[in-house]
Design a protein around this ligand. Structure first.
Ligand SMILES: NC(=O)c1ccc[n+]([C@@H]2O[C@H](COP(=O)([O-])OP(=O)(O)OC[C@H]3O[C@@H](n4cnc5c(N)ncnc54)[C@H](OP(=O)(O)O)[C@@H]3O)[C@@H](O)[C@H]2O)c1
Length: 304
């Protein structure tokens, strides 16, 4: 409920993406949800159409905007940097400035790729970003644009997002395990796999805390506990497939130097989430415990 006793009006941008989709599915019953995507929703918005952002928000007058839309093609962003910057930063600044005028909360997601990855302890919110790639840089600019324009914000940095739907590492590995004899996966990038349903669930927990304490704002790291390499993540998936009686390819650990990509990635981007755990009053689960129920729901043939 908002202060007028009406249902809270919640606008979810990026409603067809991994996180946005889960936010729509898990929306609390006493909230009026307006899902917004580039296409396929009753209300549409292309964040590249900068002139459309403020008028749409002013027409709909949401109490809360959750921005799960982003330019997320990490390698492509090296070549399409201007476009990535328009979506991940300029548009985000306009969202923030408009919510400042309307007086509502802006929840926004950012990434572990804002960090350079050259430290060995999990990154805290107070550690200085130094992105290695264009995507990380544009996401960092987006964070700064929000902080500049609108104090009533929650910026949630997450990492290695996957789900049973969408384009992600989990689904790619399940497909490759069943279609290739050998799958080679990098073992020298360390981070934390984070399921989209988990991100949505924690986001709504945090929103509840904000409703009780509207002064709650700022930057929070949001992943499960623990960390692994992409190889370690793949190994869990392959083990699960074999345990369920599916044939899975041989999995080989390789260094990043043997899997060149256009964008550089941090060698270590584990996030310390103690600040969020303190607000929630409970420890976050280990990444394996978040992955397990999704694997149990997985139909390996659905990705072929
Ligand atoms: N994926 C990861 O591993 C990861 C890691 C760390 C942080 N994050 C952050 O987490 C948040 C959610 O990511 P995700 O994994 O859910 O991403 P995703 O599955 O790629 O979804 C992103 C959504 O943004 C939409 N979008 C892209 N350009 C747009 C535009 N110009 N106008 C309107 N919508 C646009 C896409 O729409 P279309 O479907 O029309 O393309 C898509 O629905 C993002 O802020 C991302 O930066 C993601």
């Amino acid at each position: 409920m908002n202060q007028g006793g009406q249902k809270m009006r919640l606008l979810i941008l990026g409603a067809t993406g991994q996180v946005g989709w889960q936010l729509v599915q898990q929306a609390p019953p006493r909230v009026e949800v307006i899902p917004v995507a580039r296409q396929g929703t009753a209300v549409t918005l292309d964040l590249e159409d900068l002139d459309a952002i403020s008028p749409l928000l002013k027409t709909l007058r949401p109490d809360v905007v959750i921005n799960a839309a982003a330019y997320t093609a990490v390698d492509q962003a090296e070549q399409e940097t201007e476009r990535a910057q328009r979506i991940n930063s300029t548009a985000v600044g306009l969202l923030a400035a408009t919510m400042a005028e309307l007086g509502g909360l802006l929840i926004h997601y950012s990434t572990d790729y804002v960090f350079a990855g050259n430290q060995s302890l999990p990154y805290r919110e107070t550690d200085a970003p130094a992105p290695l790639n264009a995507y990380g840089y544009t996401k960092w600019l987006g964070e700064q644009a929000i902080a500049r324009h609108h104090p009533a914000h929650l910026i949630l940095r997450t990492s290695w997002v996957y789900d049973l739907r969408g384009k992600n590492f989990l689904r790619t590995m399940v497909r490759l395990a069943q279609t290739r004899p050998l799958v080679r996966v990098v073992a020298d990038q360390i981070g934390t796999p984070t399921a989209a349903p988990f991100i949505a669930q924690v986001t709504y927990q945090l929103l509840e805390h904000w409703q009780a304490t509207p002064s709650l704002s700022g930057l929070y790291h949001l992943t499960p506990r623990g960390s692994t390499s992409w190889y370690g993540f793949a190994a869990k998936i392959f083990d699960h497939l074999r345990a369920k009686g599916y044939a899975a390819a041989t999995l080989e650990a390789i260094p990043s130097s043997e899997y060149p990509t256009r964008a550089k990635r941090p060698a270590f981007s584990t996030l310390n989430c103690e600040k969020l755990e303190t607000v929630l009053g409970t420890p976050l689960p280990p990444w394996e415990a978040v992955l397990e129920p999704l694997l149990q729901q997985l139909d390996p043939q659905s990705v072929l």
